[in-house]
Ligand binder design. Sequence first.
Ligand SMILES: Cc1ncc(COP(=O)(O)O)c(C=O)c1O
Length: 452
Amino acid sequence: MRKQAVDGMATSFEDGGMTLTTGLPQARHLATEIPGPRSRELLSRKESAVARGVGMTMPVFAVRAGGGVVEDVDGNVLIDLGSGIAVTTVGVSAPRVVTAVREQAEAFTHTCFMVTPYEGYVAVAEQLNRLTPGTHEKRSVLFNSGAEAVENAVKIARAYTGRQAVVAFDHAYHGRTNLTMALTAKNMPYKQGFGPFAPEIHRAPLSYPFRDGLDGPAAARRALDTIDKQVGKPAAVVIEPIQGEGGFIVPAPGFLPAIAQWCRDNDVVFVADEVQTGFARTGALFASEHEGIVPDLLVSAKGIAGGLPLSAVTGRAEIMDAAHAGGLGGTYGGNPIACAAALATIETIEAEHLVERAREIERLMKDRLSRLRDDRIGDIRGRGAMIAVELVRPGTTEPDPELARAVAAAAHARGVIVLTCGTYGNVLRFLPPLSISDALLDDALDVLSECL
Ligand SMILES: Cc1ncc(COP(=O)(O)O)c(C=O)c1O
């Protein structure tokens, strides 16, 4: 159990000596209605200055965050069950990250690794090669966003195999660039009106135990049959080991190993998109580990650098090195400040046993959520600190997006940041930072129970 001790404004955790330097009291506090007057003012400035296409979960503007809370401009302190969409896994402004960023910013902010390289980039690549599944020889390359890294994994797989076709899955989300929009399944809001999309992308059915009732091997046979009949031999199969935006869908046991085995047997590059699931989020350093999968290429981002923009492709040396010199890179890829933050993030995960903390959070959340079970909760699923509830019309499996929206809105009004997701928009998803205390989680779950 991780207990929280609030000492004036500073907050510390009893086990492991984890200390937060945010100075933020770790308790939910509503000073105004949500949104408050200052947020409403900023909202109106946002509407006249920022493109309408940029959505927003909660119309409150942040001033500080840390531990398990976000404070807004009106003095409201909200419980964070979103981690900025699975990014601040080690906590917002985690102390080691703050120190590393400050020191690196003072030394140099940028030289471009492709012009005059620096050690931080190499050190991050070494850590990724050490930490990702498999003991084979690996190489890594760094980018800025998850989508950019997914695109580059496809480039590398095409260079290695000499083939073009790529298989993605139903409910997949891989980003908003042209190629990753093509890989993404859901039309609204991600694709509508933004085509034409990159060619040679094919879609196979996923294992979705709550909806298809198939065991893993049967779901894999269905997917592989689709690939065989509609594609033949692609360059790559790209899959999220646990789907993120698609609804936190955990494939039935045996599905992922069967797909990975087929890839191995057919010399097809198996790409695990661990942008959302990586870096301790699911109670393993990478979600592939839950079923012993060793991806040929693994894409990471989000939780990798404690909130700074960084992403990576890590994989088998012979595949990674298939791209010619000068074929990979980008002006900012592997920015030195982001690399310093990533090294500090990895140190934090290891020193503070955050993989175990994610498992504790899973136990706590699943226990509390299972006590809420009624005929509107179709499924409770997920791993680690990546947990979801799929809402349905009473006694059916028919998705209930209106209920998901209403519960999320009610939670927001009570000071809890909750996100929704899923192809049908009927999934409440919980992604707390691993620095959250049990007391805050308990309070957030009380609020959810009230809202439901
Ligand atoms: C599984 C997955 N892949 C790719 C992306 C795209 O990452 P980014 O938004 O950093 O481009 C996301 C973002 O949510 C994701 O969850």
